[in-house]
Design a protein around this ligand. Sequence first.
Ligand code: IPE
Ligand code: IPE
Ligand code: MG
Ligand code: MG
Ligand code: MG
Length: 356
Amino acid sequence: MAGASREAASDLGIFLREGKARVDRALGDWLAAEPGIPDGLRAAMTYSVAAGGKRIRPLLCLLVAEGLGAVGEGVLRAACAFELLHTYSLIHDDLPALDNDDLRRGRPTSHKVFGEATAILAGDALQTLAFAWLAGAAGSPGSPSRPGSPSVPSSPSSPSSPSSPSIPSSQSRPGSPSSGRSAPAPVPHSGSGLPSERVLEAVRVFAAATGPAGMVGGQLLDLAAAGRAVTLDDLRAIHRGKTGALLAAAVEVGAVLAGAAGPERARLRLYGEELGLLFQIVDDILDVVGEAEALGKTPGKDARQGKATYPAVVGLDEARRLAREAHARAVAAARGLPRPLPLLVAMADYLLTRTS
Ligand code: IPE
Ligand code: IPE
Ligand code: MG
Ligand code: MG
Ligand code: MG
C-alpha cells in the first residue's frame, strides 16, 4: 500500500507538524488583526477557526507552492485562505438544514453555541474573507488584508515573517531524480507578495472549485441523494464536488502561485483530484469505523441519515479497495511530475491510512 520511502514519510511527519503550527499561528494572528468585524461575528468566526483540525488544505497548498520554489508570506496567506473557506463549509455543513450535527472538531457546532443566524453569517464571513486573503497574496497597496500591511502584527514571532523554508530537504534532496536539473527560479519576493497575474489565476481556480459547479453544487447533490439509491458514478460526482474540488484547488493553486504551467500543472491537478476523492471515501469509512474522540465529530451519522456514501453503496471492503485505487492513481500522478515532490506520495499514504 505505502508508496513513499521511509525517509519521505518521516519528512512528511515533520512538515505536517511544523506546517500546522505555522498555519495555526498565521490564522490566529491574521484573523485577530482583521479590522471592523463586529464582536459577535468575530467570536463565532474565531471559535470555529481556532477549534483546530488537520489543516490539510493549506498544508497541501504550501507543500506544492514552496516545494516548487515560491517563497514569501503571500504563499502562506493564500494557503490560509483555504482553511477559512473550508471552515465556512464545515459550519454550514453542520447546520440543521444540512447535516444537523452537534459536534465538530471536538466542540459543540457553531449553531449550537451562537445560534443558527450567527453561524450562517460566520460562514458567509469566512467565505468572503477567504477571497480577500487570497487576493491579498498579491500584496496590492491599500488592501486591508495585504500581507505586511500595518494591521498585521509584525513582531518577530508573527507569521508575517516566516523564518525559513519549511519543506524538508527530500523535496529536492541531492541524489534524488531532480538533481542535475536547474532549481526552479524563486518567485520574486520583496516582502510585498506574489505576482498579481498568478494570484488572479489562483482566484479563478479557487472560485470555480468552491462555487456552484464545485463544492456548493456537490453539497446540493449530497443532500438530494440522501435516502435514495445512487450509482457509483453519482457518488463519485458528489464526492468530487463536495470535497474533491477544494482539495484539488489547494494543490492547483500551489502550482499556479509557483508559476507551474502546462503538463506540470495538469498533472498536479490530477493528483489533487484523486487525493480529494480518496479523502472523502476515507471520511465515509471513518464515519462507520471511527471513534468520536479521534474524529471530533459524531460517527454513525451517515447511515442514520441515509447518506450516499461508499460503504452504503458498495460495502466497507469495496470502499476500502476503491480508496486504495484512488490512492494508487494519486501516487501515479505524483510520480510522473517533471519536478519530483516526494512528500506528495507520502501525503497520499497518510490520507489513505488516517484515523482522524
Ligand atoms: C471534514 O474535513 C469535512 C470533509 C470535507 C470530509 P476534514 O477531515 O479536513 O476536517 P478538519 O478540518 O480536519 O476538521
Ligand atoms: C462535508 O462532507 C463536505 C463539506 C463540508 C463541503 P461531510 O458531511 O461528509 O463531512 P463531515 O463528515 O460532516 O465532516
Ligand atoms: Mg455533509
Ligand atoms: Mg457533514
Ligand atoms: Mg462525512
